[in-house]
Design a protein around this ligand. Structure first.
Ligand code: NAP
Length: 265
């Protein structure tokens, strides 16, 4: 995710490589990132945030926390007391609350954001919210940074970040599972795997673009292709009988509860 953010920022020329620094515990990864993006890489997180960069003033400096939730505590300990008041902390760590980060860092300006994996090709969607200490200028800078990953949605509170974690951040997993099942169904009927894959990929892409551009409710779009006694009616009957709608709803609810419980650990 951190690499997707760095790649997006540089691709859109929002900043130059000399204005970006990364940190990583493994030397091989540090070298890889340096060669690929021309950015400075540090072993120490603390050094990365206290270093100065050309044309980056304290009030335009952003620190992005992008480690796995179980590593966050150690990183916050390392950064404790190292930040100046004007710097902004942006966390994409699932479950981690703004208050927890602020308390552990002794730092008030914190943004919590929840991107998803299509961010890697600039087609992601990121929900975000900010603590009351974040200034308007910082908010627009965060928005510009997150737009390098795709669309952004400002949400009202952290409960909605957990909701977005379950819906849009975990969402690609649901779609990939459905995609895989449809490709397998194509193979089951006798298509070669690559033909089934081409048909399913383009069908899914087209269906999403059509839904978005037509501005019609999904049920209306579905009714348009469901002729009496036809193939869609038969397939929909089987999906409803198998509880697809309920399974999806339960999956999203379970992911939401998991996101909430991660925040309590
Ligand atoms: N992937 C998603 O779709 C997604 C979506 C929204 C939010 N998030 C959140 O984004 C965060 C990162 O997820 P990810 O998928 O990008 O994970 P990831 O690929 O594991 O990236 C985390 C990176 O941090 C490195 N790291 C470990 N300890 C570190 C330390 N002390 N200091 C600096 N770097 C350290 C890891 O190195 P090693 O590999 O050597 O351990 C790894 O390269 C998570 O908190 C996740 O909840 C992810």
């Amino acid at each position: 995710m951190a690499e997707a953010i760095i790649a997006g920022l540089l691709r859109r020329k929002l900043v130059g490589p000399e204005q970006v620094a990364g940190s990583h515990p493994r030397q091989a990864r540090r070298e890889e990132m340096h060669v690929k993006y021309g950015i400075e890489m540090f072993e120490s997180n603390r050094e990365a945030v206290t270093e100065t960069y050309p044309e980056v003033t304290a009030d335009s400096s952003m620190i992005v926390l992008a480690v796995k939730p179980q590593r966050l505590h150690g990183v916050l300990e390392e950064l404790k007391g190292a930040l100046v008041k004007e710097q902004l902390v942006v966390s994409i760590v699932a479950g981690a609350k703004i208050e927890t980060i602020a308390e552990q860092l002794l730092h008030a300006s914190v943004v919590r954001a929840m991107p998803n994996t299509p961010a890697q090709i600039g087609e992601g969607v990121t929900a975000w919210t900010a603590s009351s200490e974040v200034t308007e200028k910082q908010e627009s800078q965060v928005c510009a940074m997150l737009e390098a990953l795709g669309k952004t949605v400002r949400v009202e509170n952290q409960r909605q970040i957990d909701m977005a974690t379950a819906l849009s951040a975990t969402g690609p997993t649901y779609i990939f599972l459905v995609m895989e099942a449809l490709i397998d169904a194509g193979v089951h009927m006798g298509f070669s795997r690559h033909v089934a894959q081409d048909l399913v990929h383009q069908m899914m892409l087209g269906a999403v673009l059509f839904a978005r551009e037509s501005h019609k409710h999904p049920a209306e779009l579905r009714n348009m292709v469901t002729s009496p006694g036809g193939t869609s009616a038969e397939a929909i009957y089987q999906m409803e009988k198998g509880g697809l709608r309920t399974v999806l709803s339960k999956a999203v609810w379970a992911a939401y509860q998991r996101a909430e419980s991660l925040g309590k650990i």
